[in-house]
Design a binder for this molecule. Sequence first.
Ligand code: PEP
Ligand code: MG
Length: 883
Amino acid sequence: ARWVYAFGGGGADGDASMKNLLGGKGANLAEMSALGLPVPPGFTITTEACVHYYANGKQYPAELAEQVKTGLAKIEEITGKTFGDVANPLLVSVRSGARASMPGMMDTVLNLGLNDETVEGLAKLSGDRRFAYDSYRRFIQMYSNVVLNLEHHMFEEILDDHKDRLDVHVDTGLTADDWAAVIKDYKAAVRDQLGKPFPQDAQEQLWGAVGAVFASWMNDRAKFYRRMHDIPESWGTAVNVQSMVFGNMGDTSATGVAFTRNPSNGDNRLYGEFLINAQGEDVVAGIRTPQSLTKAAREEMGDTAPSMEEAMPEVFAQFKSVVETLERHYRDMQDIEFTVEQGKLYMLQTRNGKRTAKAALKVAVDMAAEGVISKEEAVGRVEPASLDQLLHPTIDPTAHRDVIAVGLPASPGAATGKIVFDSDAAEKAAAAGEAVILVREETSPEDIHGMHAARGIITARGGMTSHAAVVARGMGRACVSGAGDVAIFEKEGLFRVRGREFKAGEIITIDGSTGEILAGAPKMIEPELTGDFATLMGWADQVRRLKVRANAETPLDAKTARQFGAEGIGLCRTEHMFFDDTRIAAVREMILADDEKGRRAALAKIAPFQKADFVELFTIMEGLPVTIRLLDPPLHEFLPHTEEDVEAVAAATGLDAAKLLRRAKELHETNPMLGHRGCRLGVSYPEIYEMQVRAILEAACEIAKSGKAAPVPEIMHPLVAKGEEMKYLRDLTDRVAKAVLEEQGVDLKYTVGTMIELPRAALRAGDLAANAEFFSFGTNDLTQTTFGISRDDAGKFLNAYIDKGIFEKDPFVSLDQDGVGDLIRIAADRGRAARPDVKLGICGEHGGDPASIAFCETVGLDYVSCSPYRVPIARLAAAQAAL
Ligand code: PEP
Ligand code: MG
């Protein structure tokens, strides 16, 4: 098998299409070589070699040694130097390079091949002893750290001792002899630590470095990064071995990084920096201040040090043309590393540049306008999830960040406000026009009003799918959940975190995109929904087939959803309408009623509110489809539970405290999610659903009569499992609807459908379709019931599953396409077989997840429905799924 691919000398074995095999860096080095650009020669050890290494108890493939030897010989031939040769030594860099770029996550060794003898050869060749010794000490330090696992600071202390002794303050103040003395101490320290000398043999060094790069694939940083970015461990990393070029060979040498366009705002101008007489890590390390590339940039920054354009005009002209070639060739903004060695330019890396969402939009729209890419390609260029950055306020990246704790990035956006510890206080403060951050141990449905009133939410406990996280995302509120370091003392009105104390009323800021909690109020940047954003979304809408709706119940959510381009409401959860202060009393009265008569009396009090809600919703939606789901949660959720709460409710409403407590106990269920909820409520208390159906139709008639665009209500029954259940619900719905339409004398279309939230419903979708005109996949519950994993408790153990690779992603965030997905496919097929025009949608959290949306496209659903703030993401993801 072939494990090694060479590049350089005007040709290459590989090309840019071979990223899976050669990694991003290796594939692009090959491509640049083949384009005839100046690339130092080298070779790439494939990702397959890495995979083989881990699959075989950390053994290299048998043929690898021979192929590496051939690769080295080729470099030697092109450069005219010899690896390990004393007179004319070839030095190489050894770098990792995975399929997806993982910046800074894995290891690199430079100047490899230096030892006590070759360093003299390098000194003679370069005519610069100081340079040679400086390179050698850098190599010892880097190799010792990366390969021999010795700490950096040990070397830094040695260097500092020498500087103190010599009374110099900058590295450039050390002479060749000074560096020789430092090297002597470095080597002694290595021998001291390891009980054996620093390796002098170039081959031993090379294999040590290759092993270290493979090992770095499994270090904690890399694992964490992969988990954050959904990069599978099974990909492995490639290793690039490349002839060294030196940016630190005097004032005609330099090294730098460049972007072909500005990666923060997308401006079409060369952007970057460089350092004269330096090696790559000096640019990143921040020891010296890098200089601008162009004269214009220098003047803008008010820098005094000359730009590359001014300091080395000829090399710059060549560089500029290479950079333009690369952008044209790759048809995307490039992120480039280069070195100038004694006036000669070398390209060390190119890749599609990482960029902010704002820059991604601008670059895509500009490139389409420039005719470089098509509109469809532009649509494909923007990461849907990144739009989140644009839809919420963000902390100005130049602002000072006083981070006091970090939790989970549960709901994006940044928010500043005064600390409050309970939902009523949040509501009161918000009503008085104050911005507040609600800080809770965790939240429950009773906190909805407080969460709505707050600008942002912090919870000390709970995961990414905790109540707080899901509700906050739905509302577009910033949220940091599971901030375990935050110790809340609600009674004292303060929280403590890492030795600091914050009282109610103090100003804090949260960044829900990073999970950071900050003291004070750093400067913010407001979202902007016009310009490039609007242009690209327009192109996306032309491409997509899937309709995009929103999950919304409040007028504010509905308006937000429309602003973001929702084409209807896919899920109006009516229970949220029951929690409102004025209604909850009547809801509790209904729950406490001893018989149907009592329940009907209480329901009659709720009915006008429900109707008014629907009138408002239909008015905002102006004839667009609105799916209204009848009551779903178990009734105990509406009752107070602790004795304290019961007392408070009793006092406020005049309801009997003892009765409240008794009823709460009666309604207690061991397993409420599998209990008396969903349409089971409608079957046992049909009067509840009758009231709701009546309210929906009366509202629709009122709109129709007023001459406004008549809505087409879609009445949806939750948690249906059986055809007979559906038939019962259908009959109930039609009976009430018919009565209302007759009373009102209005001819109005409505439809009746069901959620698919149970495996049985999916399997028997044909039975349900007999009486359901639409299905909406409630994938939150369907995931819960398919896996038998509680969506409320999964956070406690799912991480272990993800760590162990049993789950690649949280199935409550991104659809389990094999299992839950199979049920969806089956339900769609069987539903369509029974009723060819059955309308199919999805309204679980997955409706806003790009990977899940791509799945919905393959199944041919009619629409996805997601929280209002995810609507643009879903529009773009749906377009990309259709491309
Ligand atoms: C679902 O289960 O996917 C759903 C949308 O309903 P809820 O989240 O309200 O249970
Ligand atoms: Mg559900």
